[in-house]
Design a protein around this ligand. Structure first.
Ligand code: ATP
Ligand code: MG
Ligand code: MG
Ligand code: MG
Length: 437
Protein backbone atom coordinates (compact mmCIF):
# COMPACT_ATOMS: atom_id res chain seq x y z
CA UNK A 1 0.00 0.00 0.00
CA UNK A 2 1.27 3.44 -0.96
CA UNK A 3 0.65 6.09 1.66
CA UNK A 4 -0.27 8.59 -1.09
CA UNK A 5 -3.31 6.39 -1.75
CA UNK A 6 -4.07 5.28 1.80
CA UNK A 7 -6.19 6.71 4.59
CA UNK A 8 -3.95 7.10 7.62
CA UNK A 9 -4.76 10.16 9.72
CA UNK A 10 -1.71 10.24 12.01
CA UNK A 11 -1.88 13.04 14.60
CA UNK A 12 0.36 14.55 17.25
CA UNK A 13 -2.35 15.81 19.58
CA UNK A 14 -4.71 13.61 21.53
CA UNK A 15 -7.83 14.63 23.43
CA UNK A 16 -7.53 15.11 27.18
CA UNK A 17 -9.78 12.13 27.92
CA UNK A 18 -7.20 9.80 26.40
CA UNK A 19 -5.38 8.97 29.65
CA UNK A 20 -3.60 5.71 29.05
CA UNK A 21 -0.82 5.13 26.58
CA UNK A 22 -2.63 2.59 24.38
CA UNK A 23 -5.59 4.93 23.92
CA UNK A 24 -3.29 7.82 23.03
CA UNK A 25 -1.28 5.73 20.61
CA UNK A 26 -4.36 4.26 18.93
CA UNK A 27 -5.53 7.79 18.20
CA UNK A 28 -2.11 9.10 17.20
CA UNK A 29 -1.45 6.14 14.89
CA UNK A 30 -4.81 6.59 13.17
CA UNK A 31 -6.19 3.19 14.21
CA UNK A 32 -9.58 4.24 15.58
CA UNK A 33 -11.83 7.23 16.00
CA UNK A 34 -14.58 7.57 18.58
CA UNK A 35 -18.00 8.22 17.02
CA UNK A 36 -20.03 8.30 20.27
CA UNK A 37 -19.11 7.56 23.90
CA UNK A 38 -17.49 4.13 23.99
CA UNK A 39 -18.24 3.48 20.29
CA UNK A 40 -15.42 3.42 17.75
CA UNK A 41 -14.90 3.40 14.02
CA UNK A 42 -11.99 1.17 13.03
CA UNK A 43 -9.88 3.07 10.52
CA UNK A 44 -8.05 1.06 7.82
CA UNK A 45 -4.82 0.43 9.75
CA UNK A 46 -6.64 -0.45 12.98
CA UNK A 47 -9.07 -2.69 11.16
CA UNK A 48 -6.18 -4.72 9.73
CA UNK A 49 -4.87 -5.33 13.26
CA UNK A 50 -8.34 -6.20 14.54
CA UNK A 51 -8.74 -8.80 11.78
CA UNK A 52 -5.36 -10.33 12.59
CA UNK A 53 -6.19 -10.62 16.27
CA UNK A 54 -9.57 -12.10 15.36
CA UNK A 55 -7.94 -14.61 13.01
CA UNK A 56 -5.52 -15.86 15.68
CA UNK A 57 -8.43 -16.29 18.07
CA UNK A 58 -10.35 -18.17 15.36
CA UNK A 59 -7.47 -20.48 14.46
CA UNK A 60 -6.89 -21.47 18.08
CA UNK A 61 -10.61 -22.04 18.67
CA UNK A 62 -10.72 -24.24 15.58
CA UNK A 63 -7.60 -26.12 16.64
CA UNK A 64 -9.20 -26.90 19.99
CA UNK A 65 -12.19 -28.45 18.24
CA UNK A 66 -14.69 -25.61 18.72
CA UNK A 67 -17.04 -24.93 15.80
CA UNK A 68 -17.72 -21.44 14.44
CA UNK A 69 -21.17 -20.06 13.75
CA UNK A 70 -22.55 -16.53 13.77
CA UNK A 71 -25.43 -15.32 15.88
CA UNK A 72 -27.05 -11.90 15.42
CA UNK A 73 -26.35 -8.82 17.52
CA UNK A 74 -30.04 -8.13 18.15
CA UNK A 75 -31.95 -10.50 20.37
CA UNK A 76 -35.52 -10.81 21.52
CA UNK A 77 -36.32 -9.92 25.13
CA UNK A 78 -38.48 -13.05 25.36
CA UNK A 79 -35.39 -15.23 25.04
CA UNK A 80 -33.94 -13.54 28.09
CA UNK A 81 -37.20 -13.89 30.01
CA UNK A 82 -36.80 -17.65 29.67
CA UNK A 83 -33.61 -17.59 31.71
CA UNK A 84 -34.87 -14.89 34.04
CA UNK A 85 -32.03 -12.56 33.10
CA UNK A 86 -34.07 -9.92 31.27
CA UNK A 87 -34.98 -8.17 34.48
CA UNK A 88 -31.85 -9.19 36.37
CA UNK A 89 -29.32 -7.79 33.87
CA UNK A 90 -29.74 -4.13 34.74
CA UNK A 91 -28.77 -0.91 32.96
CA UNK A 92 -25.77 -2.38 31.11
CA UNK A 93 -28.28 -3.92 28.69
CA UNK A 94 -29.26 -1.72 25.75
CA UNK A 95 -32.98 -2.25 25.31
CA UNK A 96 -34.67 -1.44 22.00
CA UNK A 97 -38.27 -1.47 20.83
CA UNK A 98 -39.12 -2.21 17.19
CA UNK A 99 -41.98 -0.67 15.13
CA UNK A 100 -44.38 -3.37 16.35
CA UNK A 101 -43.55 -2.56 19.95
CA UNK A 102 -41.63 -5.79 20.36
CA UNK A 103 -38.94 -5.64 22.98
CA UNK A 104 -35.46 -6.32 21.68
CA UNK A 105 -31.95 -5.87 22.99
CA UNK A 106 -28.44 -5.54 21.65
CA UNK A 107 -26.74 -8.68 22.95
CA UNK A 108 -24.24 -8.19 25.79
CA UNK A 109 -23.53 -11.97 25.64
CA UNK A 110 -25.20 -15.04 24.10
CA UNK A 111 -25.88 -17.80 26.65
CA UNK A 112 -29.63 -17.64 26.10
CA UNK A 113 -29.47 -17.62 22.33
CA UNK A 114 -27.02 -20.49 22.00
CA UNK A 115 -28.97 -22.54 24.55
CA UNK A 116 -32.16 -22.02 22.53
CA UNK A 117 -30.41 -22.92 19.26
CA UNK A 118 -28.97 -26.08 20.79
CA UNK A 119 -32.27 -26.98 22.43
CA UNK A 120 -34.21 -26.61 19.19
CA UNK A 121 -31.73 -28.46 16.99
CA UNK A 122 -29.75 -31.05 18.95
CA UNK A 123 -31.50 -34.40 19.48
CA UNK A 124 -29.54 -36.85 21.53
CA UNK A 125 -26.36 -37.56 23.47
CA UNK A 126 -24.71 -38.06 20.05
CA UNK A 127 -24.77 -34.27 19.73
CA UNK A 128 -22.52 -34.08 22.83
CA UNK A 129 -19.93 -32.91 23.52
CA UNK A 130 -19.94 -29.79 21.34
CA UNK A 131 -18.34 -26.37 21.69
CA UNK A 132 -19.75 -23.60 19.50
CA UNK A 133 -18.36 -20.12 19.14
CA UNK A 134 -18.82 -16.88 17.31
CA UNK A 135 -16.93 -13.62 16.99
CA UNK A 136 -19.50 -10.87 17.10
CA UNK A 137 -20.06 -7.32 18.32
CA UNK A 138 -21.52 -6.93 21.76
CA UNK A 139 -23.02 -3.92 23.45
CA UNK A 140 -22.85 -3.14 27.15
CA UNK A 141 -23.94 0.27 28.29
CA UNK A 142 -20.94 0.63 30.59
CA UNK A 143 -21.43 3.33 33.19
CA UNK A 144 -17.92 4.63 32.52
CA UNK A 145 -16.68 3.74 29.06
CA UNK A 146 -12.99 4.64 29.09
CA UNK A 147 -9.47 3.80 28.04
CA UNK A 148 -10.51 3.73 24.40
CA UNK A 149 -11.39 0.28 23.08
CA UNK A 150 -10.34 -1.26 26.38
CA UNK A 151 -13.69 -0.48 27.96
CA UNK A 152 -15.96 0.37 25.08
CA UNK A 153 -19.71 0.09 24.96
CA UNK A 154 -19.69 -1.64 21.58
CA UNK A 155 -16.87 -4.18 21.46
CA UNK A 156 -15.87 -7.33 19.61
CA UNK A 157 -15.94 -10.54 21.62
CA UNK A 158 -15.26 -14.16 20.86
CA UNK A 159 -17.69 -16.16 22.93
CA UNK A 160 -17.79 -19.94 23.00
CA UNK A 161 -20.25 -22.24 24.70
CA UNK A 162 -19.73 -25.90 25.58
CA UNK A 163 -22.34 -28.64 25.98
CA UNK A 164 -21.46 -31.87 27.78
CA UNK A 165 -23.12 -34.94 29.29
CA UNK A 166 -21.91 -34.26 32.80
CA UNK A 167 -19.51 -32.30 34.96
CA UNK A 168 -16.53 -34.51 34.07
CA UNK A 169 -17.18 -33.87 30.39
CA UNK A 170 -17.57 -30.16 31.04
CA UNK A 171 -14.18 -30.16 32.78
CA UNK A 172 -12.59 -31.66 29.68
CA UNK A 173 -14.21 -28.96 27.51
CA UNK A 174 -13.04 -26.33 29.98
CA UNK A 175 -9.49 -27.64 29.80
CA UNK A 176 -9.50 -27.53 25.99
CA UNK A 177 -10.49 -23.85 26.14
CA UNK A 178 -7.95 -23.14 28.86
CA UNK A 179 -5.13 -24.44 26.66
CA UNK A 180 -6.56 -22.76 23.55
CA UNK A 181 -6.43 -19.47 25.47
CA UNK A 182 -2.82 -19.97 26.55
CA UNK A 183 -1.87 -20.54 22.91
CA UNK A 184 -4.00 -17.67 21.60
CA UNK A 185 -2.39 -15.06 23.84
CA UNK A 186 1.12 -16.47 23.42
CA UNK A 187 0.79 -16.14 19.64
CA UNK A 188 0.09 -12.43 20.14
CA UNK A 189 3.28 -12.04 22.14
CA UNK A 190 1.36 -11.73 25.39
CA UNK A 191 1.86 -13.37 28.77
CA UNK A 192 -1.72 -13.82 29.98
CA UNK A 193 -1.89 -15.26 33.48
CA UNK A 194 -4.85 -17.52 34.25
CA UNK A 195 -6.17 -16.35 37.60
CA UNK A 196 -8.72 -18.10 39.74
CA UNK A 197 -11.94 -16.12 39.42
CA UNK A 198 -15.30 -16.03 41.09
CA UNK A 199 -17.65 -18.89 40.19
CA UNK A 200 -20.78 -17.42 41.76
CA UNK A 201 -23.33 -19.80 43.28
CA UNK A 202 -22.00 -22.84 41.41
CA UNK A 203 -18.73 -22.94 43.32
CA UNK A 204 -15.82 -25.14 42.32
CA UNK A 205 -12.57 -24.19 40.66
CA UNK A 206 -13.73 -23.85 37.05
CA UNK A 207 -13.52 -20.13 36.45
CA UNK A 208 -10.41 -18.31 35.33
CA UNK A 209 -9.76 -14.81 34.13
CA UNK A 210 -6.82 -14.42 31.76
CA UNK A 211 -4.98 -11.29 32.83
CA UNK A 212 -2.25 -9.22 31.19
CA UNK A 213 -0.08 -7.37 33.67
CA UNK A 214 -0.13 -3.62 32.98
CA UNK A 215 -0.07 -0.54 35.21
CA UNK A 216 -3.21 0.77 33.48
CA UNK A 217 -5.21 -2.41 34.17
CA UNK A 218 -8.44 -2.14 36.13
CA UNK A 219 -7.93 -5.28 38.26
CA UNK A 220 -5.65 -5.63 41.27
CA UNK A 221 -3.77 -8.90 40.96
CA UNK A 222 -1.37 -10.96 43.07
CA UNK A 223 0.91 -13.64 41.67
CA UNK A 224 4.02 -15.70 42.09
CA UNK A 225 7.19 -14.35 40.43
CA UNK A 226 7.37 -17.55 38.37
CA UNK A 227 4.73 -15.98 36.12
CA UNK A 228 7.29 -13.47 34.91
CA UNK A 229 8.81 -16.07 32.57
CA UNK A 230 7.75 -15.74 28.92
CA UNK A 231 4.78 -17.70 27.61
CA UNK A 232 5.30 -20.77 25.46
CA UNK A 233 3.10 -22.49 22.90
CA UNK A 234 2.00 -26.04 23.46
CA UNK A 235 1.33 -28.41 20.59
CA UNK A 236 -0.97 -30.65 22.59
CA UNK A 237 -3.36 -33.19 21.09
CA UNK A 238 -6.76 -31.72 21.99
CA UNK A 239 -8.25 -35.22 22.15
CA UNK A 240 -5.83 -36.22 24.90
CA UNK A 241 -7.71 -35.33 28.09
CA UNK A 242 -4.84 -36.37 30.38
CA UNK A 243 -2.31 -34.22 28.51
CA UNK A 244 -4.69 -31.24 28.66
CA UNK A 245 -5.24 -31.73 32.38
CA UNK A 246 -1.46 -31.83 32.90
CA UNK A 247 -1.07 -28.47 31.15
CA UNK A 248 -3.91 -26.91 33.11
CA UNK A 249 -2.51 -28.26 36.38
CA UNK A 250 0.93 -26.92 35.44
CA UNK A 251 -0.51 -23.50 34.71
CA UNK A 252 -2.48 -23.30 37.93
CA UNK A 253 0.29 -24.55 40.23
CA UNK A 254 1.85 -21.13 40.77
CA UNK A 255 -0.27 -18.69 42.73
CA UNK A 256 -2.22 -16.07 40.78
CA UNK A 257 -5.39 -14.38 42.00
CA UNK A 258 -7.43 -11.26 41.48
CA UNK A 259 -8.39 -9.06 44.39
CA UNK A 260 -11.63 -10.97 45.10
CA UNK A 261 -9.92 -14.36 45.23
CA UNK A 262 -6.82 -13.67 47.34
CA UNK A 263 -5.62 -16.58 49.45
CA UNK A 264 -3.51 -15.56 52.48
CA UNK A 265 -2.11 -19.07 52.97
CA UNK A 266 -0.82 -19.30 49.41
CA UNK A 267 0.53 -15.77 49.59
CA UNK A 268 2.48 -16.68 52.71
CA UNK A 269 3.80 -19.74 50.89
CA UNK A 270 4.98 -17.56 47.99
CA UNK A 271 6.81 -15.34 50.48
CA UNK A 272 9.43 -13.14 48.83
CA UNK A 273 8.24 -14.30 45.40
CA UNK A 274 4.79 -12.71 45.82
CA UNK A 275 4.16 -9.90 43.35
CA UNK A 276 1.39 -7.35 43.15
CA UNK A 277 0.32 -5.52 40.00
CA UNK A 278 -2.57 -4.18 37.99
CA UNK A 279 -4.00 -6.31 35.23
CA UNK A 280 -6.23 -6.26 32.16
CA UNK A 281 -8.86 -9.00 31.80
CA UNK A 282 -8.56 -10.21 28.20
CA UNK A 283 -10.41 -13.49 28.60
CA UNK A 284 -12.70 -15.29 30.99
CA UNK A 285 -13.71 -18.95 31.04
CA UNK A 286 -16.50 -20.25 33.17
CA UNK A 287 -18.33 -23.50 33.96
CA UNK A 288 -21.92 -22.94 35.07
CA UNK A 289 -23.42 -26.43 35.00
CA UNK A 290 -27.10 -26.63 34.10
CA UNK A 291 -27.98 -23.02 34.91
CA UNK A 292 -29.26 -22.19 31.41
CA UNK A 293 -30.02 -25.69 30.12
CA UNK A 294 -32.16 -26.30 33.21
CA UNK A 295 -33.99 -22.98 33.08
CA UNK A 296 -34.59 -23.10 29.33
CA UNK A 297 -35.64 -26.74 28.99
CA UNK A 298 -32.63 -28.03 27.07
CA UNK A 299 -32.69 -31.81 27.45
CA UNK A 300 -31.42 -34.52 25.16
CA UNK A 301 -32.12 -38.21 24.92
CA UNK A 302 -29.38 -40.09 26.76
CA UNK A 303 -27.75 -43.39 25.74
CA UNK A 304 -30.05 -45.37 28.04
CA UNK A 305 -33.21 -43.52 27.03
CA UNK A 306 -33.20 -41.28 30.11
CA UNK A 307 -33.01 -37.53 29.54
CA UNK A 308 -29.74 -35.64 29.86
CA UNK A 309 -29.61 -31.98 30.84
CA UNK A 310 -26.31 -30.79 29.33
CA UNK A 311 -23.66 -29.16 31.49
CA UNK A 312 -22.49 -25.92 29.98
CA UNK A 313 -19.64 -23.46 30.11
CA UNK A 314 -18.96 -20.14 28.43
CA UNK A 315 -15.66 -18.71 27.30
CA UNK A 316 -15.07 -15.09 26.31
CA UNK A 317 -12.15 -13.26 24.70
CA UNK A 318 -12.14 -9.48 24.38
CA UNK A 319 -10.97 -9.28 20.77
CA UNK A 320 -11.10 -5.49 20.49
CA UNK A 321 -9.82 -5.00 24.05
CA UNK A 322 -6.79 -7.09 23.09
CA UNK A 323 -5.62 -4.38 20.71
CA UNK A 324 -5.30 -1.97 23.61
CA UNK A 325 -3.73 -4.63 25.81
CA UNK A 326 -1.11 -5.50 23.18
CA UNK A 327 -0.13 -1.83 22.87
CA UNK A 328 0.02 -1.45 26.66
CA UNK A 329 2.44 -4.39 26.69
CA UNK A 330 4.46 -3.35 23.63
CA UNK A 331 5.37 0.29 23.00
CA UNK A 332 8.12 2.81 23.70
CA UNK A 333 8.28 6.59 23.87
CA UNK A 334 8.19 6.80 20.05
CA UNK A 335 5.07 4.74 19.53
CA UNK A 336 3.62 1.29 19.08
CA UNK A 337 5.77 -1.82 18.61
CA UNK A 338 3.54 -4.43 16.98
CA UNK A 339 4.37 -8.07 17.60
CA UNK A 340 4.88 -9.64 14.13
CA UNK A 341 1.77 -11.80 14.39
CA UNK A 342 -0.70 -8.90 14.62
CA UNK A 343 1.18 -6.12 12.77
CA UNK A 344 -0.97 -4.32 10.18
CA UNK A 345 1.92 -4.50 7.70
CA UNK A 346 5.19 -6.38 8.14
CA UNK A 347 7.41 -3.62 6.81
CA UNK A 348 7.35 0.08 5.98
CA UNK A 349 9.46 1.63 3.24
CA UNK A 350 10.72 5.14 3.87
CA UNK A 351 11.96 7.04 0.85
CA UNK A 352 14.10 9.75 2.47
CA UNK A 353 14.35 11.83 -0.73
CA UNK A 354 11.24 11.68 -2.85
CA UNK A 355 12.67 14.43 -5.08
CA UNK A 356 15.73 12.33 -5.92
CA UNK A 357 14.90 10.15 -8.95
CA UNK A 358 17.40 7.45 -7.95
CA UNK A 359 15.87 7.11 -4.47
CA UNK A 360 12.35 7.01 -5.83
CA UNK A 361 13.24 4.45 -8.48
CA UNK A 362 14.92 2.24 -5.85
CA UNK A 363 11.97 2.59 -3.45
CA UNK A 364 9.45 1.81 -6.20
CA UNK A 365 11.44 -1.26 -7.24
CA UNK A 366 11.76 -2.50 -3.68
CA UNK A 367 8.03 -2.01 -3.11
CA UNK A 368 7.24 -4.05 -6.22
CA UNK A 369 9.57 -6.87 -5.16
CA UNK A 370 8.22 -7.04 -1.63
CA UNK A 371 4.67 -7.19 -2.97
CA UNK A 372 5.64 -9.91 -5.42
CA UNK A 373 7.19 -11.86 -2.53
CA UNK A 374 3.92 -11.59 -0.60
CA UNK A 375 5.32 -9.32 2.13
CA UNK A 376 2.71 -6.91 3.50
CA UNK A 377 4.29 -3.54 2.81
CA UNK A 378 3.36 0.06 3.53
CA UNK A 379 5.31 2.45 1.33
CA UNK A 380 5.70 6.05 2.45
CA UNK A 381 5.94 7.71 -0.96
CA UNK A 382 4.66 11.09 0.21
CA UNK A 383 6.47 14.40 -0.33
CA UNK A 384 7.47 14.95 3.29
CA UNK A 385 10.77 15.30 5.07
CA UNK A 386 12.58 12.09 5.90
CA UNK A 387 12.30 12.96 9.58
CA UNK A 388 8.52 13.20 9.43
CA UNK A 389 8.29 9.88 7.62
CA UNK A 390 10.53 8.15 10.16
CA UNK A 391 8.44 9.53 13.01
CA UNK A 392 5.26 8.22 11.36
CA UNK A 393 6.81 4.78 10.95
CA UNK A 394 7.85 4.74 14.59
CA UNK A 395 4.43 5.75 15.87
CA UNK A 396 2.53 3.19 13.78
CA UNK A 397 5.01 0.54 14.91
CA UNK A 398 5.49 -1.79 11.93
CA UNK A 399 8.01 -4.48 12.94
CA UNK A 400 10.49 -3.60 10.16
CA UNK A 401 11.47 -0.41 8.37
CA UNK A 402 13.51 -0.09 5.21
CA UNK A 403 15.08 3.34 4.84
CA UNK A 404 16.29 4.41 1.40
CA UNK A 405 18.59 7.42 1.08
CA UNK A 406 21.02 8.79 -1.52
CA UNK A 407 24.24 8.02 0.40
CA UNK A 408 23.43 4.37 0.89
CA UNK A 409 22.25 3.94 -2.66
CA UNK A 410 25.62 5.15 -3.96
CA UNK A 411 27.07 2.13 -2.16
CA UNK A 412 24.21 -0.11 -3.30
CA UNK A 413 22.64 -0.51 0.16
CA UNK A 414 19.49 0.35 2.08
CA UNK A 415 18.92 0.30 5.85
CA UNK A 416 16.83 -2.42 7.45
CA UNK A 417 15.68 -1.48 10.94
CA UNK A 418 13.96 -3.61 13.55
CA UNK A 419 11.40 -1.38 15.27
CA UNK A 420 11.55 -3.19 18.61
CA UNK A 421 15.32 -2.93 19.15
CA UNK A 422 16.28 -0.08 16.86
CA UNK A 423 18.95 -2.41 15.47
CA UNK A 424 19.88 -1.35 11.95
CA UNK A 425 21.85 -3.14 9.27
CA UNK A 426 22.85 -2.09 5.79
CA UNK A 427 22.26 -4.52 2.97
CA UNK A 428 21.46 -4.69 -0.73
CA UNK A 429 17.76 -4.20 -1.54
CA UNK A 430 17.42 -7.78 -2.82
CA UNK A 431 18.87 -9.13 0.41
CA UNK A 432 16.31 -7.11 2.37
CA UNK A 433 13.53 -8.70 0.31
CA UNK A 434 15.00 -12.15 0.89
CA UNK A 435 15.12 -11.60 4.65
CA UNK A 436 11.52 -10.47 4.91
CA UNK A 437 9.96 -12.93 2.47
P1 ATP B 1 -14.83 -6.42 32.95
O1 ATP B 1 -14.52 -7.05 34.28
O2 ATP B 1 -13.63 -5.78 32.32
O3 ATP B 1 -16.03 -5.52 32.99
P2 ATP B 1 -16.41 -8.65 32.28
O4 ATP B 1 -15.94 -9.59 33.35
O5 ATP B 1 -17.66 -7.91 32.50
O6 ATP B 1 -15.23 -7.62 31.93
P3 ATP B 1 -16.99 -10.88 30.53
O7 ATP B 1 -18.47 -10.93 30.69
O8 ATP B 1 -16.17 -11.88 31.26
O9 ATP B 1 -16.49 -9.39 30.85
O10 ATP B 1 -16.70 -10.88 28.95
C1 ATP B 1 -15.63 -11.58 28.31
C2 ATP B 1 -14.52 -10.65 27.85
O11 ATP B 1 -15.02 -9.55 27.09
C3 ATP B 1 -13.78 -9.98 28.98
O12 ATP B 1 -12.81 -10.85 29.54
C4 ATP B 1 -13.15 -8.78 28.29
O13 ATP B 1 -11.93 -9.16 27.68
C5 ATP B 1 -14.16 -8.43 27.23
N1 ATP B 1 -14.95 -7.24 27.63
C6 ATP B 1 -15.89 -7.16 28.58
N2 ATP B 1 -16.41 -5.94 28.67
C7 ATP B 1 -15.76 -5.19 27.74
C8 ATP B 1 -15.84 -3.83 27.34
N3 ATP B 1 -16.71 -3.00 27.91
N4 ATP B 1 -15.04 -3.39 26.34
C9 ATP B 1 -14.17 -4.24 25.74
N5 ATP B 1 -14.04 -5.54 26.09
C10 ATP B 1 -14.83 -6.02 27.06
MG1 MG C 1 -18.04 -5.92 32.93
MG1 MG D 1 -14.57 -9.02 34.91
MG1 MG E 1 -15.30 -11.55 33.18
Amino acid sequence: MRLTRYFLPVTKETPADAQIISHKLMLRAGLVRQTAAGIYAWLPLGYRVLRKIEQIVREEQDRSGAIELLMPTLQSADLWRESGRYDAYGPEMLRITDRHDREMLYGPTNEEMITAIFRDNARSYRDLPRSLYHIQWKFRDEVRPRFGVMRGREFLMKDAYSFDMDEAGARASYNRMFVAYLNTFARMGLRAIPMQADTGPIGGDLSHEFIILAPSGESDVFYHANWERPADLSSVDFDDAAALQAIVSGHTADYAATDEKRDPAREAEAGEALRQSRGIEVGHIFYFGTKYSGAMGLKLQGPDGAEVVPHMGSYGVGVSRLMGAIIEASHDDKGIIWPDAVAPYAVGIVNMRDNDPACTAAADALYAKLNAAGVETLYDDRSLSGGQKLATMDVIGLPWQIVIGPKGLERGVVELKRRATGETIELAPDEAVARLA
